[in-house]
Design a protein around this ligand. Structure first.
Ligand code: NI
Length: 257
């Protein structure tokens, strides 16, 4: 079954039909979901979701846009949440030089701090990086992120950059962007990267694949991404589903429930 490695089902855009939608996942071939926290409020909401649904796991951390709310008390709160049985990663954490909500130095400080936390808690990381290719790679290398393990979520950089992360033993998160008309760079990355290093993800409610681009996304659209990867790799969609699920289990569930 499909392993969805990045969704935000605590987002308010799911308030009207969250339960119905989540209850329909398994019947549509979605076997597991990681709900990824981003801001302070979503830490507890992610905890609630993973307690309510057997197939939902959680990632705990603050997104680079949100690190203005960060301090050592919040780090300790995240640490406590990391110790819950169904927490499988620290994330999403990283650098965002597109929105630039916090200055770069502040972003880098809390990115490093959360990487350290992941190392201490022996959890892999889910990395958000936008328009910050060079600095993200630098921090990842400085913190020896290859030893921590993790995924570059919604990978948006070049094949050369993909090679750097693959050499560190990290995974690439692939979602709806692959179906966009202007996805040439990402097509090259998916063609180049070994299938055993790719993970399926949506970033729901964002980044819905064609023909739903611009609408609210959900894991139910992941077969469109599977189909596209299968075309690029010239293999069956079943193989893509099976291998990416195995990858997610290897990365996130190795020592977990
Ligand atoms: Ni996200």
């Amino acid at each position: 079954m499909i392993f969805e490695t990045h969704a935000h089902y605590d987002d308010e855009s799911f308030n009207d039909d969250r339960e119905e939608l989540l209850n329909s996942m398994q019947a549509h071939g979605i076997g597991s979901v990681i709900n990824v926290s981003a801001d302070l409020g979503s830490l507890d909401r992610t905890k609630n979701l993973m307690e309510a649904y057997p197939f939902i796991y959680g990632a705990m951390g603050l997104h680079p846009d949100e690190v203005g709310d960060m301090n050592e008390d919040v780090i300790e709160k995240i640490r406590t949440l990391c110790r819950l049985e169904k927490t499988v990663a620290v994330g999403e954490i990283g650098l965002d030089y597109y929105w630039n909500k916090e200055d770069h130095e502040t972003q880098r400080y809390w990115f490093r701090r959360q990487l350290e936390l992941a190392r201490e808690e022996k959890l892999p990381v889910i990395i958000h990086s936008r328009e910050a290719a060079a600095d993200t790679l630098q921090v990842m290398k400085d913190c020896r992120a290859g030893e921590i393990g993790g995924v570059l979520h919604c990978f948006s950089y070049s094949k050369e950059m993909a090679k750097e992360y693959l050499n560190m033993g990290l995974y690439l998160g692939i979602g709806g962007v692959l179906t966009f008309k202007n996805a040439r760079k990402l097509l090259e990355v998916v063609e180049y990267a070994p299938l055993d290093r790719l993970l399926l993800e949506t970033d729901s409610p964002y980044l819905a694949p064609v023909p739903y681009r611009g609408k609210r996304n959900s894991s139910l659209y992941l077969p469109l991404v599977v189909q596209k990867i299968a075309e690029i790799k010239q293999i069956s969609p079943e193989k893509v589903t099976e291998q990416t699920e195995e990858n997610a289990v290897r990365l996130f569930l190795r020592n977990r429930a």
